[in-house]
Design a protein around this ligand. Structure first.
Ligand code: F6R
Ligand code: ZN
Length: 196
């Protein structure tokens, strides 16, 4: 049995957005402090509060035994050299996992544990990504022109802890270098020892 993130391929048909109860829109202004290049962030925001990503959810009780699921759509774009991405979070109930299935686009999932172990897994059509319990996760769209569309499912009682990531970011960032995605260290990130 694997204990780290892994991917494998399956195929399903496209989802129908009208089936969903909730539609969440996350704009640039909601991502303050997350992108490394604060100057590029401010310059872009002055022009337009761009739509970075959207989530479509099936409404279900947020209790153990339920499975919350929906679609995440990250639009293409960059802030400076850094690709558009989701805020990212730990689950409040840390010992809860999540499965993502990529329907469309190209990108990566950036993940890390509270101890600072990290992993970056590819997201491409038909990839199934298993996010084990305890791993924070953020999806990043590395395509220059296409949406990154993923289906997700996770336990109803998981909850979302955004605060930890808002404070320290992820250990790794995904930026464009010579026309291709590259994983670089986040200078803002602090190890558990530095945080103590
Ligand atoms: C739920 C989950 C996804 C994300 C979605 C948006 O646990 O991981 O549904 O919520 O991809 O990302 P965040 O929530 O980080 O803004
Ligand atoms: Zn999650």
């Amino acid at each position: 049995m694997k204990t780290v993130p892994f991917t494998f391929d399956v195929s399903i048909a496209d989802a129908i957005l009208s089936e969903y109860d909730n539609h969440i829109e996350r704009r640039l202004s909601a991502m303050k402090g997350q992108f490394l290049d604060a100057g590029a962030f401010q310059a872009l925001l002055a022009q337009d509060d761009a739509l970075l990503y959207e989530v479509y959810e099936i409404k279900r009780p947020e209790i153990a035994g339920e499975l919350l699921n929906g679609l995440s759509i990250v639009h293409p774009g960059k802030v400076g050299d850094e690709y558009y991405m989701t805020k990212g979070h730990f689950h409040t109930v840390l010992e809860t996992a999540e499965v993502y299935y990529c329907l469309k686009g190209e990108g990566v999932m950036v993940m890390e544990t509270p101890e600072g172990e990290w992993s970056v897994e590819p997201l491409r059509p038909n990839a199934v990504l298993y996010v084990p319990p305890r791993w924070a996760h953020r999806s990043v769209n590395t395509s220059p022109f296409e949406d990154l569309v993923t289906f997700f499912v996770y336990p109803g009682n998981a909850g979302h802890d955004y605060g930890t990531i808002e404070t320290q970011g992820f250990r790794k960032l995904v930026v464009e270098r010579e026309g291709a995605p590259a994983i670089v260290d986040n200078p803002r990130w602090m190890s558990p020892e530095q945080r103590a």
